[in-house]
Design a binder for this molecule. Structure first.
Ligand SMILES: [Zn+2]
Length: 270
């Protein structure tokens, strides 16, 4: 699933072709993708609205519109967004298309059909319960410590919980725990002060690395132009099962926690 760095990469790539453009129509052949409206209502509401800003919150793309509405897209497992000329052949997994006033269109491709499109007056109705943004100035070691306090959950599933912290998914959770030398099965309330600091630093490091490398093209993620990110070449543990740890040469281990594969170094992470 695209995580914070992948969605941030997509947002940055979509700003130039979308900001200032007006949406002239929407088409859709998979109604379940439309979370808040019927296609007819979405057309009526969206038509004529200009894209004022393209932003990211957690793993959501947030499009601020001139009519005061906010269009929100979640890519889920395998969603892909691209702005292309309307005449270009459409991939069979494109299920939602936003036509623009310059002869181009924003296409939402979703092989597994899990992606969601929301149109809301108040973005908080979709985004309100999310945890803090890990790269925001307001997120600090103190904030992380406070959120960890008194929690008995294991660290790996806790980091994946979007209400605990927004934007971190399987790849960046495993990488963060590796760099902070914390075993994924450790409980939140067992972390020392130094470990909380190390975790904060590691989360920042891996997310910034992911953005700088324009995301990890593991599974189906590609950038809007169809090219690959580069973070998959820089992971320390994720899907490196059996390969030597870069620090101590111990083979990377894999366990399953809450149904999610979890990769770690049994020597470095305690
Ligand atoms: Zn190691």
């Amino acid at each position: 699933m695209p995580e914070l760095p992948e969605v941030e990469t997509i947002v940055r790539a979509l700003r130039k072709p979308l900001v200032g453009r007006t949406i002239t129509a929407v088409s859709n052949d998979w109604p379940r993708q439309l979370a808040t409206h019927t296609l007819e209502a979405l057309n009526w509401q969206l038509k004529g609205q200009r894209v004022e800003a393209v932003k990211r919150r957690a793993k959501y793309l947030v499009f601020e519109l001139s009519g005061g509405d906010t269009l929100i897209i979640h890519l889920k497992m395998s969603g892909h967004l691209a702005v292309v000329e309307a005449g270009e052949p459409r991939h069979k997994h494109v299920h939602t298309v936003f036509s623009l006033d310059n002869g181009r269109e924003l296409r939402f491709r979703n092989m597994r059909k899990f992606g969601r499109v929301y149109l809301v007056k108040d973005p908080e109705t979709v985004l309100g319960k999310l945890g803090p943004e890990p790269l925001a100035d307001s997120f600090s070691p103190a904030v992380l410590r406070e959120r960890l306090n008194g929690r008995s959950r294991a660290m790996k599933p806790l980091l994946l919980d979007q209400h605990f912290l927004a934007g971190v998914g399987n790849i960046y959770a495993d990488e963060s725990l590796f760099y902070s030398k914390i075993h994924p099965q450790r409980t939140a309330d067992s972390l020392t002060e130094n470990e909380v600091e190390a975790l904060y630093t590691a989360i920042q490091k891996v997310l910034k690395m992911g953005i700088a490398r324009e995301g990890a093209s593991i599974d189906l993620y590609t950038k809007p132009d169809g090219t690959y990110g580069d973070m998959q070449n820089a992971v320390a543990v994720f899907r490196r099962t059996g390969l030597p740890c870069y620090v101590c040469q111990t083979p990377i281990a894999r366990i399953v926690m809450n149904g999610r594969s979890t990769h770690f170094c049994p020597h470095c992470q305690r």
